[in-house]
Design a protein around this ligand. Structure first.
Ligand code: ADP
Ligand code: MG
Length: 334
């Protein structure tokens, strides 16, 4: 049974950055305004996330790593109306099948924090010979999740990964995206033992300020703002896009739909096509787009590794987004 679970887990958690994305989304769901990440060996040795969110009640601790245990879905109809990131209750369960997980958490109505250890979906003792029950400890409100020795029991998956520096870069990419988009939340990300953080954004900054923090002041200065509310196709668009080359080898395309970081190759291709009219060949713009579409019109990616998203009236919405982009670029290049 554990082998089956482990294989299933490996399909959800491919690499450290997948695990981290799920954990960041959990912290955001828990209304955190501060998310601090510490990493060792590209997340394979250690992946730690500390938030100041609502915390987990002690009674719920035995379940958090159980498959399909979610506090976020009341009934099946909710599936088409998902406002939170999580709804499957599979992420922590999967992680616990391929790593050692420690959760330390405190809700505001609890006098102390509680710590619990997990393996293969279940509570396990922290030290041999002790009970598996959660233990009281000191702590501030919020949740800390420590994931150690990821894929220790899946050597093939471990071998399939590149260097730990490559994995760390993927982690930084994920944190960048969420830090830019969630401007009310302060993010830090650092390597364990490092004196300075590789990412640090303050809370209550504007999206533009966060882009400045992450990608540098020069790029942020040149970005064009996009804003559009569309009653015809029923969506809202916000964006920040460059009107010039951005010094990378490819277009930076950050897309959020209903606040989830997703891919849409159709939209990306269309945006690229618009730019070819305005930028010389071989230049690569920066594009940040945030779309809000009625949840029931978005095909929620039921599989966590499938980030490609589709939505109702996709052609029309993409066309409209491109028209808005085109007119912004046309204005700026007059
Ligand atoms: P899902 O997010 O789909 O509900 P997860 O496996 O990601 O499933 O998480 C399981 C449950 O653990 C969540 O429903 C939530 O109740 C709890 N949880 C996980 N991380 C946190 C966190 N950082 N703060 C508060 N609760 C959390
Ligand atoms: Mg989740």
């Amino acid at each position: 049974e554990n082998v089956v679970n482990r294989i299933a887990a490996g399909e959800i958690i491919h690499r450290p950055s997948n695990a981290l994305k799920e954990m960041i989304e959990n912290s955001l769901d828990a209304q955190a305004t501060s998310i601090q990440i510490t990493v060792k060996d590209g997340g394979l040795k250690l992946l730690q996330i500390q938030d100041n969110g609502v915390g987990i009640h002690k009674e719920d601790l035995p379940m958090v790593c159980e498959r399909f245990a979610t506090s976020k879905l009341e009934c099946y109809e909710d599936l088409s109306n998902i406002a939170t990131y999580g709804f499957r209750g599979e992420a922590l369960a999967s992680i616990s099948h391929v790593a050692h997980v420690t959760v330390t958490t405190k809700t505001n109505d609890s006098p102390c924090a509680w710590r619990a250890f997990y393996s293969d979906g279940k509570l396990v003792p922290g030290k041999p010979g002790t009970s598996a029950d959660p233990k009281p400890c000191a702590g501030n409100q919020g949740t800390q999740i420590v994931v150690e020795d990821l894929f220790y029991n899946v050597p093939t998956r471990r071998k399939a990964l590149k260097s730990s520096s490559d994995e760390y870069n993927r982690i930084l990419d994920i944190v960048h995206k969420y830090a830019i988009h969630n401007s009310r939340v302060s993010f830090t990300c650092k390597k364990q033992g490092a004196n300075t953080a590789d990412i640090h954004t303050p809370s209550s900054a504007k999206t533009l300020d966060n882009i400045r923090y992450v990608f540098g002041a020069t790029i942020a200065k040149e970005l064009l703002e996009m804003e559009h509310t569309d009653s015809r196709w029923d969506f809202k668009l916000e964006g920040l896009v460059s009107n010039a080359n951005f010094s990378t080898k490819k277009m930076i395309f950050l897309l959020f739909i209903n606040h989830r970081s997703v891919d849409s190759s159709n939209l990306k291709r269309a945006v690229e096509a618009v730019y070819t009219e305005y930028l010389p060949r071989g230049t690569h713009p920066f594009v940040y787009l945030s779309l809000e579409i009625k949840p029931e019109n978005v095909d929620v990616n039921v599989h966590p590794t499938k980030r490609e998203v589709h939505f109702l009236n996709e052609d029309k919405i993409i066309q409209t987004v491109c028209e808005v982009l085109q007119s912004r670029l046309a204005d700026a290049n007059q």
